[in-house]
Design a protein around this ligand. Structure first.
Ligand SMILES: Nc1ncnc2c1ncn2[C@@H]1O[C@H](COP(=O)(O)OP(=O)(O)O)[C@@H](O)[C@H]1O
Ligand SMILES: [Mg+2]
Length: 243
């Protein structure tokens, strides 16, 4: 099977006035459909930069990125946006929900860009919210929800377009341990349903849910290894479930 993500010698250099910041210095990475990858590395090692490139939020300075066999490294913004809406769901550390919109409206929003009629948007959003355990919170606003619930809303929003790839940048960074584990259970389900999941974390306990761990250092891949001891939230023998 062809890699869903295939990048070759990807670089990203930011210009800060006269100074060049070489955030990525030649990344090679292949990720197959339905893989579950944790991206780790110290602060400033290029994790978010790489996620933004993978998610078509930004373009590389040089190198090649084949997404589903299609070269996206040279695409114009409009075309990138179209591919992103179709293939990628994003989850952020700070949830990035619209504060004045209800749960249902936040989740339905990406479907506006997808051109779905209103009734279908609301139905699909409600269905995905039900899947993440928020079927009874459709009319709440973000400030009426806990952190874990907000992140569930954000995950539902990422899933609502049925993207093949879910990218999550420190999705548990603002959550307590118990809530983090609940969120990891949702990612486990998402991967089990066939999606490709890539998440950034600096917490080893979180990375241990993934099946493969890629470490960055100074804009380069330092190591790329299978995870020999995958933690499953759903495992009844796991310490999480031994309360
Ligand atoms: N928009 C930007 N403009 C300039 N420099 C940036 C920008 N974004 C990130 N950087 C720099 O690129 C490097 C990698 O940053 P980042 O990808 O955010 O790392 P990480 O997510 O691993 O902490 C850092 O040195 C950071 O300061
Ligand atoms: Mg970052």
């Amino acid at each position: 099977m062809a890699a869903v993500i295939d990048i070759h010698q990807l670089t990203k250099t930011y210009l800060m006035g006269q100074t060049q910041v070489r955030a990525l210095r030649g990344i090679d990475l292949q990720i197959q459909t339905n893989e579950y990858v944790a991206l780790m590395g110290p602060s400033g090692s290029g994790k978010s930069t790489l996620m933004n490139l993978l998610g078509c939020l930004d373009s590389p300075t040089s190198g090649r990125y084949l997404l589903d066999g299609k070269d996206v490294s040279q695409m114009e913004d409009a075309e990138l946006a179209r591919i992103r809406n179709e293939k990628i769901g994003f989850v952020f550390q700070t949830f990035n929900l619209l504060p004045r919109q209800t749960t249902l409206e936040n989740v339905a929003l990406p479907l506006v860009y997808a051109g779905l009629p209103k009734k279908a948007r609301r139905e699909r959003a409600a269905e995905v919210l039900h899947d993440v355990g928020l079927g009874d919170r459709l009319d709440h606003r973000p400030n009426e929800l806990s952190g874990g619930q907000r992140q569930r809303v954000a995950i539902a929003r990422a899933l609502v377009n049925r993207p093949a790839i879910i990218l999550a940048d420190e999705p548990t960074g603002n959550l307590d341990t118990k809530t983090s584990i609940e969120i990891m259970g949702i990612f486990e389900d998402i991967q089990a349903r066939g999606n490709t999941v890539i998440l950034v974390t600096h917490e080893p306990d979180i990375a241990d849910h993934a099946h493969r761990i890629v470490r960055l250092r100074d804009g380069e891949v330092e190591s790329d290894l299978p995870n020999e001891h995958v933690i499953r939230v759903s495992d009844p023998t796991h310490r999480y479930n031994q309360a």
